[in-house]
Structures are given as C-alpha cells and as structure tokens.
Design a protein around this ligand. Structure first.
Ligand code: ARG
Length: 607
C-alpha cells in the first residue's frame, strides 16, 4: 500500500496546514508536525493507518487531544483525495485517529495487483545523481559467503551465503545493480606452509596438468599445519615460500592456483546446490593496492609507528586489558593484515570506474564476531575521507548457529559438521517425511517426484530456518523444527502454495480477470489487506536488511490464506464470489512465489 499511504500522507499534510497554518506554528508545534504523521495501524482492528499527533500537540496548544483529533478528522473529510480513499476517520481512546481504506480503493488495488508482475513494488528510478566523477550511481556491493581457501566452509559461511543471497535478490528486485562479491580468503602466510607441503608431497603437480586431486583439502591443511608446528626447517622453508609467492615466483604461483582451484570446486558444489550466484574476488585481488593504502594513510597522518608496526589508534577502541588497542595496518616485517585488505577493498569499491567499482552502498554479511573489525576499518576509511557523502557502508552481522543444546553445532561424534552432509541430511529427512505421508494418504508417486520434492523441501527448509530468525540473534539449528509442516517453516509456506495449485487443478481458473469483484466475508477483507502489504514489507527489507521481516509476512499471509481457504467456499461459491475468490487465490500465490523467490527459496506445485 505504498502508493495509498503516500496519497494519504499528502492529504494529511494539506489538512494539517489548514488546521495549524504554518505561520502560526510555535517551534514546538512545528517540530511535532515535522516528518511523517501517518503510521500503520498497530492492530488490525484499528484499521489500516493511525494518526497520533493530536496527543503530542495537546500540551503545546493547550486543548484536549480529542478536540484536536476532531478538528483534524473534520478537515480530512473536506479533502477530496482523502474521501476518495478512506472511510470517515474514527477518533479512538484519548485522541487517536484511526483510518481504514474504503472497499472501493481496496478492490481497485486488487485489480491492479492481478496484472502487476511486481505486485505493487516500485522499480527504483535512479536520478542521475552525480558523484565526484560525474557517474550515475545505483550500484550496491554485497560482500557475502567469503570462505577461506584450503579450509572448511562452515555453518557461519552458510549463514552469510543464505542471508547475503537473499539481500542481493531483494535489492536487485528493487532495481539496484548488485555486485555479489565473494571475498574469499585466498592470501596470507598460511599459503607458505601449504605450498611447501604440496611441493614436497606431489612435486609433479606443478608441471603436469591435472595429476593431483587433493580431494580432502582440509586434511591436507591439517598435515601441513602439523609439520609447520613441529618442524623448524619446514617452518623456515614456508616463510621463504611466502616471500616467493609475493614476489610472483612461477612455481609458487602454480601451486597457489592449484590449491585455490581445488577449494573453488568444493565451494561451487555448495553454491550450485543452493542456487547461489557469486563473483569471486578474493583477498589477493587487492594486493596491488595495499602499498597505496599505506601511503595514503601516511600522507593523512593517520599512522603511528608502534615498535616497527604501522598502526592506527581509534578513539574508544580498547583491548581486554583496558589499554588503547591499535589496528595494525602493516606488521613490523612489512606484511599486511586482514584489515589492510579490507581498507583497500573499501577504497576500490567506492572509487568510480575505471579504477574501481563506483558503488554507493557497501554491505558486509559476516558473523557478529567481526563487528569490531568492521567498526575499525569503517572508522579508518572515514578518517581517510574515502567515503563520499552520498555513500553508505554497513556491516550486516548475524549470530551463531547452535545445536539444539545451545552449544556449537557438531556431529554426534563431536566433529564439525560438513556443509554437504548438512544439506544431504535435510534432504534425506524431507524424503522420509514425504514417504511417510504418501503411505498414510495411500498415495502413489514416482521416484522423480519424490526426488524433486525432497530436494526442494530440504533446501528450502535449511534456507528458511536461517532467514526467518532475526539474523542478529543466535539460531538453534533443528532439522525437526525446520521440516515441520506446522509453524513458521518452509514446508508450511510451500503447502499453502500447493493448496492454491490444487484449486487450479480442480478447475479453478486462476487467470481470469473480471471487473465485478465482490467481497462480503471478513476473511476476504483480512486476506486482501494482507496481500496489499507486500510492497511495504519489501521496502522495509531494502532499508533494514532484515529478511526475517519478509518471512514473518509470508507466514502470516499463509496463515490468513489457510483460514480463508478453510472457512470460505471457493470453487463451490456462486458468481461473482467464485471469480472474486479465485482472484484472491491467484494473487496470494503470486505473492508467496515472489516473496519466496526474494528469499532464494524454490517452490512446488505439488508435494
Ligand atoms: N574470510 C572471512 C572469514 O571467513 C570473511 C570475509 C568477509 N569479508 C570481508 N570483506 N572481510 O571469516
């Protein structure tokens, strides 16, 4: 209802100017009336919108709030645009004004939705706002997933992947150009030991194509690390290997590529299964910019030499011991840090093409444990004046994934869970649930149906369980909960869609339009109002980057639809109710499908 609320807001502003002429307003009154005075109703029984300013004005203009509310309400009734949209305002309680949209407007909105693929969500039109370099700017970067080469991609990365992908989908749908960047950890001192180990164990790999399949890279990493910890000569070899690699030595680079490719293959398996698109641009990409970062910070007098290391001390950043904690930008041996790379990345991402990405909004999706890292680098980037006034940079943190016992998620034997195993188990369990259900219902389905349904439900359940939580809190991973057909789960939403597809299979034409919709049942109006809220929810997610808002909305929509389905006859209704109700089914299905696609969740016609 974005367009309706905008129209109401305008009508309200016209009204407020009439009741409280601008030239007579005290500064307090002006400040109360500044900004938006129209808010969504706090409960459905209060209507659609509320105006609460009478209460805050009462003290200032020394009148009873109900009297003020009445003045506003009466004046609203004189506004032609207002009376076209709204039923007469109702004054409630101490002086609230409740507004409900009239049925004519609701019905015309339903007509509009029926033919609008975007379901009311406006496509952002970008003003040719100029940046320093005169470029047009609608580009957003979402830095997400970002696992580390030669290490296991863990549940934290899975969370980042799922949340980041959903945010990308929402922003893309709103009309932004989204660059989905996978900032993989593909550089750093650990490559010294990995390459040294590789050269010793499979030296032929460097010169013969495809001879090596380091299938278990994680074990390979473990072995290299063990040798590094135990063997002094291995250690010094590893150190000089890092120097070789940084100097661009041919063999070292081949070995490095080999390790990266191997990891990349493993990561890609997960991305394919989750239907995630990402552009890899790892830490190594920024190597060539690191020296510039140091120089720039030096020129701006931000660096302090602390025992040979180049550091920045930020106000308020203290360590566990209470002493000021430096952010090390360059180590005393000349090496760079995670933070240095992130500084180079910020600079590159904000610099207009051809020397950078020219994005105006940077979003980083990582676990909350990295909050102080991002706070630090964002602060430094601000101090260095790298963030133009129209740009925005934000960390989107999320909590830990825990087992049902509230502890770190582990296998029964206590090891860290592999992501592939996690996905497999979700699918297997979905398969078992499905087979049980088929048996109970004496239904017979072929293998390909069973495969397709269990795959979709398993993946949907994993994604939805993650997205439906407020990302800031820790989340308890439970196969039983996420696969349940009851509650705020993917199967529950999928099932609502399946019901609607069933109506269509039983002969309900979901594509029929008509210009004589008629609604008489309260369940119909509740459903209509819910359907029409979709656009504001998407706008909220775009701003606040909380996909759980969209999940909560889709869940409530499914609940309301299910009540409507259970209580109001659809196929058996007589005209014009039948067509009107089928239209509601059709828009509900479109809304659920679009909403789920914005979450990155596949849907089904039958399950
Ligand atoms: N590789 C890091 C990790 O596994 C995440 C990187 C996040 N992105 C960034 N630009 N720092 O924790």
């Amino acid at each position: 209802m974005i367009n309706i609320s905008a129209k109401l807001e305008e009508a309200l502003n016209r009204t407020l100017i009439k009741v409280f002429p601008k030239e007579n307003r005290s500064s307090k009154t002006a400040s109360i009336l500044k900004g938006s005075n129209l808010v969504p109703a706090s409960k459905p029984e209060f209507g659609d919108f509320q105006i609460n300013c009478a209460l805050s004005l009462a003290k200032e203009i020394k009148q009873s709030p109900r009297v003020i509310a009445k003045q506003i309400a009466d004046q609203l009734q004189n506004d032609n645009e207002f009376i076209k949209i709204c039923n007469p305002p109702l004054i409630a309680g101490p002086g609230f004004i409740n507004l409900s949209i009239n049925s004519k407007t609701l019905i015309s909105e339903i007509h509009f939705r029926l033919n609008d693929k975007r379901l009311g969500v406006p496509l952002k039109q970008f003003s040719r706002k100029k940046t320093g370099e005169g470029k047009i700017n609608n580009r957003v970067i979402i830095d997400f997933s970002s696992p580390n080469i030669a290490k296991e991609m863990h549940v934290g990365h899975l969370r980042s992947t799922i949340i980041g992908d959903s945010l990308a989908r929402v922003l893309e749908f709103c009309g932004y150009e989204v660059l989905r960047l996978n900032h993989v950890g593909d550089w750093g001192t650990q490559f010294g030991m990995l390459i040294t180990h590789l050269k010793e164990v499979v030296p032929e790999a460097l010169h013969t194509k495809d001879v090596v399949e380091i299938s278990d890279l994680v074990n390979f990493y473990r072995k290299a690390k063990k040798r590094f910890d135990e063997d002094k000569t291995f250690q010094s070899k590893s150190r000089s290997e890092v120097v070789n690699l940084q100097a661009g030595d041919q063999d070292s680079l081949i070995a490095w590529q080999l390790l990266c490719n191997q990891s990349r293959k493993e990561f890609q398996k997960i991305y394919d299964r989750l239907d995630i698109k990402l552009t890899e641009r790892g830490e190594s990409f920024y190597n060539k910019f690191l020296v510039d970062v140091i120089n720039d910070l030096k020129i701006k007098n931000l660096l302090i030499n602390d025992q040979g290391a180049q550091c920045i001390f930020l106000n308020g950043l203290v360590g566990k011991d209470g002493k000021p904690q430096p952010i090390i930008i360059q180590k005393s041996d000349g090496g760079f840090n995670y933070a240095t790379t992130d500084l180079a990345a910020i600079k590159y991402r904000l610099t207009p093409p051809p020397h950078g990405d020219g994005a105006f909004r940077l979003i980083y999706v990582t676990d909350a444990g990295q909050a102080s890292h991002f706070y630090g680098v964002f602060q430094i980037a601000k101090l260095a004046n790298w963030i133009p006034a129209h740009c925005q940079i934000e960390h989107v943190p999320f909590g830990l994934v825990q087992g049902e016992d509230g502890k770190k998620l582990k296998t029964r034997s206590g090891e860290t869970i592999k992501l592939v195993d996690l996905l497999d188990e979700a699918i297997q369990r979905a398969r078992k649930d499905l087979k049980d259900r088929l048996k109970n219902e004496s239904r017979c389905e072929n293998e390909s149906f069973i495969d397709q349904v269990s795959n979709t439900v398993g993946i949907a359940a994993i994604k939805y369980a993650d997205l439906s939580q407020n990302r800031v809190s820790n989340y308890q991973f439970s196969f039983d909960k996420m696969l349940s057909l009851q509650g705020n789960t993917a199967p529950y939403l999928l099932y609502a869609l399946v019901r609607i597809a069933g109506i269509s299979r039983k002969g309900g034409d979901l594509n029929k339009s008509c210009n004589n919709f008629q609604f008489n049942e309260p369940q119909e109006w509740i459903l209509i109002r819910k359907i029409l809220h979709f656009d504001s929810i998407v706008a909220e997610v775009e701003k606040e980057l909380l996909p759980n808002r969209l999940c909560g909305y889709l869940f409530e929509l499914s609940q309301i639809f299910n009540r409507f389905y259970d209580q109001v006859p659809i196929l058996k209704a007589s005209e014009p109710s039948r067509t009107s109700r089928l239209a509601l089914c059709s828009i509900t299905a479109d809304t659920l499908k679009l909403g789920m696609s914005l979450l990155g969740i596949p849907t089904l016609e039958r399950m």
